[in-house]
Design a protein around this ligand. Structure first.
Ligand code: B12
Ligand code: SF4
Length: 488
């Protein structure tokens, strides 16, 4: 999908969707596969898809979809169907898996629920042989006027090496980047055993954790590097569930001489705070540069609503020693890593003061803010709570991108929550410019102004001179966002 959101401005950040190459690497070898990550052609989606469908003449087209991308997916499905009426269309990813009913009304043939590699392989095998798909677990399909949902496929034990390496040669579009350096994604594990109320993971695959062997992980990193990547994003759901394994992985990266690449990872504050003494120096030596910390909120009441207290608690002498965030940040900073601060503001009990406390925290302690609003994605526990309390204000799913507030609090309208965050966050992003300049001077000098213009979209000379209110700028920014969501 081409849809991106506020914290991933395509002018400086275009990351690969890891599902696509993993699926491509796992079909039978006789198939020809082309991966077209439309984030790379965000302003030329229609032309690119038309060109690719005409040139490649595919028999099957698969789409990987998050909830905020559903409307774009529906438009693409129509386009593809018009270009090639007989093509088989398959949808997969978080949104089709968690809201399959929404796709039953679209013109699609198959829907893959949960992990896709083996389901998709078996589906293509059946299509190629003209065989039935009744036995393919994890698959839903249209049969005359109804939809059949085959039994679920249990999560893979990744240890058994059934899932082969991604196929990066199948990419037909170029241009992945993180602030001027080519980026790629790899996985070392899947799953999580926590149950944060805003997260889709548990409904998607249950509470479990499976890991790939280090040999496979290192081979994947080498392959990404050989395809030009200089930065690697580990997209694991929660790599810090097993800290000893993560430490061993850092040692393996160093042992394999792969520490010259930059690494980016997502982590729990409790894991870093409780094990930072040994873990953080190893991460630094292995080349970790950015750590996305799931801080979620600094106030206990909000953490409880988000069911994220446990993963943000420090332990000392076997006792609960309070919020782990500051200690985790300190370990990372002492080891020259940057903190991407994942915070969520706008929970039901939030007041102006509680939101401001979180924004102030971000201003003081994080290097790059990644602040979002609680968003009611299909089937999460949080969605039910917001619905029961009548706090969902917006049902336009294309705006469910995390930085558009679609729920109100008991005290503040949704728009006010978003305004507070937006106003504060734009300025926080400027603080990272010196670090980026040092690391990637070429990018900052030649593209930095574009990033800046993107961050301050909606501003004008009048607003810079203080002749126009921030609210006016915010309205213009929202209008720009609304217009750019028309990708197709
Ligand atoms: C890494 C990650 C990111 C990275 C993205 C890097 C990238 N480009 O891929 C970053 C941090 C940038 C990111 C951003 C966002 N993310 Co995110 N992200 C994740 C995370 C942690 C892992 C996703 C992943 O790559 N997994 C590995 C791959 C291999 O697995 P997979 O994508 O699930 O694909 C498998 C199946 O789904 C299926 N499948 C997928 N597509 C298809 C297609 C076909 C045809 C088939 C057959 C099968 C299939 O098969 C695949 C292989 O088994 C998940 C889950 C989590 N625990 O939080 C959230 C998650 C996917 N993100 C989510 C969201 C909402 C976002 C954001 C909108 C906001 C945010 N929370 O930051 C932005 C949007 C990004 C954008 N495009 O602008 C939500 C989606 C919820 C939903 N219902 O849509 C998740 C589930 C987190 C959550 N809140 O619950 N994200
Ligand atoms: S710890 Fe992370 S992956 Fe696990 S449930 Fe919470 S948000 Fe989701």
């Amino acid at each position: 999908m081409p849809d991106s959101f506020e914290h991933m401005p395509p002018v400086g950040i275009r990351m690969p969707n890891g599902a696509l190459t993993s699926l491509a690497g796992n079909v039978d070898p006789e198939h020809r596969v082309a991966v077209a990550d439309l984030i790379l052609v965000q302003r030329r989606v229609r032309e690119t898809v038309t060109h690719l469908v005409r040139e490649l003449d595919p028999e099957v087209v698969g789409l990987s979809i998050m909830t905020f991308q559903r409307r774009t997916a529906a438009r693409l499905i129509k386009l593809i169907r018009t270009l090639r009426p007989g093509v088989k269309i398959v949808v997969g990813g978080y949104d089709p898996s968690l809201a399959p009913e929404a796709y039953e009304e679209m013109d699609v043939d198959y829907l893959v629920r949960g992990e896709g590699e083996v389901t998709f392989r078996e589906l293509l095998r059946a299509v190629a042989q003209g065989a039935g798909v009744e036995q393919v677990c994890g698959l839903s399909y249209r049969s005359r006027d109804t939809w059949i949902h085959n039994p679920a496929r249990p999560p893979h034990r990744l240890e058994d090496s059934e899932i082969r390496l991604p196929n990066r040669d199948s990419r037909v579009l170029k241009g992945y980047t993180l602030l001027g350096r080519q980026i790629d994604v790899i996985e070392t594990s899947r799953g999580c055993t926590y149950d944060c109320s805003f997260c889709s993971i548990i409904e998607m695959r249950g509470r479990n954790f499976h890991t790939y062997s280090f040999d496979r992980v290192l081979a994947d990193i080498r392959d990404a590097r050989d395809h030009g990547a200089r930065t690697i994003f580990l997209v694991d759901d929660n790599i810090t569930l097993n800290v000893r394994r993560f430490e061993a992985l850092c040692e393996a990266i160093i042992g394999a001489g792969l520490q010259k690449l930059d690494y980016f990872v997502q982590a729990m504050t409790s894991a870093i705070a409780n094990h930072g003494e040994t873990l953080a120096p190893l991460m630094r030596q292995a080349g970790f540069r950015y750590v996305f910390l799931g801080i979620e909120n600094i106030l206990q009441g909000d953490l409880e609503f988000l069911r994220a207290s446990a993963k943000n608690t420090e332990r000392a002498n076997g006792q609960n020693a309070g919020n782990a965030t500051l200690k985790a940040i300190d370990y990372l900073h002492r080891n020259q890593m940057y903190v991407v601060g994942g915070l969520i503001v706008g929970s039901p009990g939030d007041t102006r003061e509680s939101i401001e406390a979180n924004l102030e925290f971000a201003r003081r302690y994080v290097d790059w803010p990644y602040i979002q609003h609680p968003t009611p994605y299909p089937r999460t526990p949080m969605t039910k709570e917001f619905r029961d309390q009548g706090l969902i204000m917006n049902e336009r799913l294309e705006e469910y991108d995390g930085t558009t507030a679609v729920v109100r609090t008991e005290h503040l309208p949704a728009e006010e929550v978003e305004f507070m965050r937006w106003k504060a966050e734009r300025w926080m992003k400027l603080n990272h410019v010196p670090a980026a300049l040092k690391h990637d001077p070429g990018f900052v000098v030649f593209r930095g102004w574009k990033m800046l213009a993107h961050t301050f979209r909606g501003s004008s000379i009048r607003s810079a001179l203080g002749l126009e209110s921030e609210k006016k700028v915010f309205e213009r920014y929202r209008a720009i966002r609304r217009a750019e969501r028309d990708y197709v």
